[in-house]
Design a protein around this ligand. Structure first.
Ligand SMILES: Cc1ncc(COP(=O)(O)O)c(C=O)c1O
Ligand SMILES: [Zn+2]
Length: 408
């Protein structure tokens, strides 16, 4: 394990969490790829049953015997022909991560994060999250018998809060009191220091094991495409941990000789919180990124004021020749509608932003009509139904065909 900031190497068997220099570096995990290549082959993978992220056990930092049986991942890659026609793409594919056990892609991260805590005998885990990562950690904690505390924002979405409560987490809402800072992260770090709790957020600098789960999205996607990489992958982005995972997955496959070319990576953020996309567009370095002072968007999962894993995300975008895109509130709402109405896929706002970006990049000519475009749909609409149906008026009538005729 090597700190992404200062380059110091750590013994993985000492299960380190953060760089001892407190430099916000992520302890990137490197595997013995020659050894991995012996069994991680196309032929072997094709014979393996779906066992969540553990199907790819050679590239996991935890012994699968400590994992939860919840079985995340193995999500479909949906050919979105009707939506593709609507936005001018002949080959649009949706990696539908809403099908995970708690209805977001975070289950991949938390499956690994919770298993690591369990493996090393930690009992008390803590997370800072807008809700998806927290509800996921709560479920995996329940499944493994860990005690979970979740710090969430004041206006946490009801679906996510309900999950947290039912999974038995201790849930605390934390007020934002200072601009450009995430109060949930601040409180989490205090509990790590003062109470000795084990941090399990989906940000690499505070827990290096979490990047390892999301990378399996790439393994699955490339396998589902018969080992031909797509031209683009569009990634809803907040902290950049998911983008970092996708980038890591691509590098793994290339190192193992299972991929010749990289798809172009495109992190997507709402216009109300777009520090990483701004850095991409302006050619800035990670060190030059300013946190967003007061992030605001209907995409509640994408409101991290600072992209903690932006260093690796930028590297991934630049190495693959990708780009970044920011989308408006109106575009996000339209994307949720289009996903549901044309494809039957019910996404929350954060999970739908990739569609808005695909349409914009197609219109700008960055994406060609014939390109193969994979859009990650990362969270379910059931997470935040209040945002979708708040203004909807559903008619109410007696069981009378005349009344229905009038209505029709
Ligand atoms: C539905 C959804 N999509 C995407 C993301 C962004 O992931 P990351 O913070 O790893 O960039 C989140 C994060 O909470 C999320 O909840
Ligand atoms: Zn360091």
């Amino acid at each position: 394990m090597i700190c992404s900031r200062c380059g110091e190497a750590y013994d993985p068997f000492s299960n380190p969490l953060m760089c001892r220099k407190n430099d916000m570096g992520r302890l990137d995990i490197y595997y013995d790829y020659d050894k991995v290549a012996e069994s991680f082959t196309r032929a072997n993978l094709s014979k393996r049953p779906p066992k969540g992220v553990w199907r790819f056990w050679e590239l996991m930092p935890v012994d699968p015997k400590h994992s939860s049986p919840l079985s995340e991942g193995n999500t479909p890659l949906i050919q979105a022909s009707r939506l593709g026609r609507e936005i001018g793409l002949k080959n649009l594919l949706l990696k539908d991560e809403t099908r995970n056990p708690t209805a977001s892609f975070k289950d991949r991260a938390m499956s690994v994060g919770a298993a690591k805590a369990f493996e090393i005998g930690r009992k008390e885990v803590v997370i800072a999250s807008s809700g998806n990562a927290a509800s996921s950690l709560a479920a995996y904690s329940a499944s493994l018998g860990l005690r979970c505390t979740a710090f969430v924002p004041e206006d946490v979405a009801m679906g996510k809060a309900s999950q947290l409560l039912l999974y038995g987490a201790r849930v605390v809402r934390v007020k934002q009191v200072a601009e450009g800072r995430d109060p949930t992260v601040e409180l989490m770090l205090q509990t790590v220091k003062e109470l000795g709790w084990y941090p399990c957020p989906s940000f690499g600098p505070f827990n290096p094991y979490q990047v390892e789960g999301p990378k399996t999205i790439v393994y699955e996607t490339v396998e589902q495409l018969n080992w031909r990489p797509p031209d683009f992958i569009l990634i809803p982005t907040g902290s950049g941990c998911l983008t970092t995972g996708i980038w890591k997955g691509l590098k793994d496959l290339k190192t193992l000789g299972l991929l010749n070319e990289y798809p172009k990576l495109v992190p997507v953020q709402p216009q109300g919180n777009m520090a990483l996309v701004k850095a991409i567009k302006e050619g800035r370095k990670f060190e030059e990124i300013e946190p967003e002072k007061w992030p605001k968007s209907i995409a509640s999962g994408l409101l991290d004021p600072f992209p903690w894993d932006g260093d690796a995300a930028l590297e991934g975008v630049r190495t693959t020749g990708g780009t970044g895109e920011a989308v408006s509130e109106e575009e996000i709402r339209e994307s949720m509608n289009k996903l549901a109405k044309h494809e039957g896929v019910f996404a929350e706002a954060s999970g739908a932003v990739g569609i808005a970006a695909a349409e914009k990049l197609r219109n700008q000519g960055v994406i060609d009509a014939s390109d193969t475009v994979v859009v990650l749909v990362t969270g379910s609409g059931l997470k935040e139904p209040e945002k979708i149906t708040a203004e909807a008026k559903i008619p109410l009538i007696p069981p009378d065909i005349q009344q229905l005729r009038k209505l029709l």
